[in-house]
Structures are given as C-alpha cells and as structure tokens.
Design a protein. Structure first.
Ligand SMILES: [Mg+2]
Length: 222
C-alpha cells in the first residue's frame, strides 16, 4: 500500500474493471450495438461490426461515432444496447470486501449510461461503496479518453489529480489521467502479450481488480 499512501481519491472504470471481462456482458452489449447499426444504416452485420470498431477507435465509443457521423439519438441508442441480461454475472467477494478498505473517496467514471451503471453496481453488491458515479450522460456524451471529460470529473468532484488513482482495463483511457498527474493502474486480463504493457502512462498493472486489491491492500489486520 506504500506506493498508494498519497492517494485519497479512487477513480474506477465500470465495464471489465468492476466486473470481469470473462463475464461476456460487454460482448452482449457489443452484439446489440451491431444489430442496432445493421437496422439503422441498412448494412450487413460484418460491415456494422467493422464500423463499430472503427468508431470506437476514432471517437472513444461507437456511439460517439454514430452521433457525429449519423446523427443518432444517444438516449435511444443507449437504452437499446444496454438492455442486456446481467443475472449470470457473479459477485466478487474480494472486491466487495476490500473496496471498503481503500481510504478516501471512491468514484465510478464510466462511458456507460446511468441506468446500466446503477443496475450493474447493485447487482454486484458494491453500489454502497461509491460516493459518486459519473456516466456518459454527465460527460455530455463525450467519452473517455477525451481529456475535456477528465477535467469535468476533476472539477465536479473537486479532487487533486496528484492524490487520485485511476483503474482501467482500456489502457488508452489512462493516458489523460497520467498526463493530468493521476496515478494509474491497468488491468490487462488475460492479455499478456500486448505492447500496452510498456506504455509510460501505465504506472501499475494487474490481471484484474481483485488481484490488485489482494496484492496491494493485503489481508485484514487482526
Ligand atoms: Mg472498461
């Protein structure tokens, strides 16, 4: 915990960070996005998939690309694609217990919409741990890694970036955090060979949040 002693604000991504990528929830949302694009733009699923990835890379979220290039209504889109079953997502006993032992303010900073963030954190049994939840609606639909949105979060919750630590599975989202002076932790999942392992904006890394918590926060003092 020594290397995190100066931290009083903990900023968490939601998807594939507060729950594991292996749950497949994000893939379900992705499938619904593809179907939505097929329907709206009248293209094949293959083309829709390629477009989704292209926009995700270029705009931070596929939705942002659809808003900018095709004028889609973000609320309509978000409602449709996040209407997924999450009942099989398991709760993580380590995350549930250890989050409490991080001293300071805890914030969720997600590109997901508010109804989904609320439903998911309740389902995971961790909603009571967080002081604030900042969702894509709060960002005026300008997703991470757009630096303006990081400034909005910092201003809104009034914290010092140099005393904040951000957790993410999407490495590129840690670049603005690091540039602004935050400490960063990247969760690489099973992705052991990625070049992102060596990026200077990745200060610490772990397989997943439960690993980091167990390793860094350590066992409960008797
Ligand atoms: Mg994520």
């Amino acid at each position: 915990m020594d290397r995190f002693r100066h931290i009083n604000t903990w900023v968490f991504d939601l998807d594939n960070t507060l729950y594991d990528a292996e749950t497949g929830v994000f893939a379900r949302v992705g499938d619904r996005m593809t179907n939505f694009i097929v329907e709206i733009l009248k293209i094949s699923p293959e083309e829709a998939n390629a477009l989704r990835k292209e926009y995700w890379k270029k705009y931070g979220t596929s939705m942002r690309g659809l808003m900018v290039e095709h004028k889609i209504d973000p609320y309509h889109f978000l409602d449709r694609v996040h209407d997924v079953d999450i009942t099989d997502v398991p709760q993580c006993p380590i995350t549930k217990e250890y989050l409490d032992r991080l001293p300071g303010k805890k914030i969720i900073f997600t590109n997901a919409p508010r109804p989904f963030a609320t439903r998911m954190t309740k389902h995971l049994g961790i909603d009571h741990h967080f002081d604030h939840v900042f969702t894509i609606e709060d960002a005026d639909f300008l997703p991470k890694p757009n630096v303006d949105t990081y400034h909005t979060v910092i201003k809104k919750f009034n914290f010092e970036p140099k005393h904040a630590c951000m957790f993410e599975d999407t490495a590129v989202n840690l670049k603005p955090a690091s540039d602004l002076g935050m400490t960063t932790v990247w969760f690489h999942g099973k992705n052991q060979s990625s070049e992102e392992h060596h990026h200077p904006h990745i200060h610490h890394k772990a397989g997943k949040l439960a690993d980091w918590l167990q390793h860094t926060v350590g066992p409960r003092r008797k």
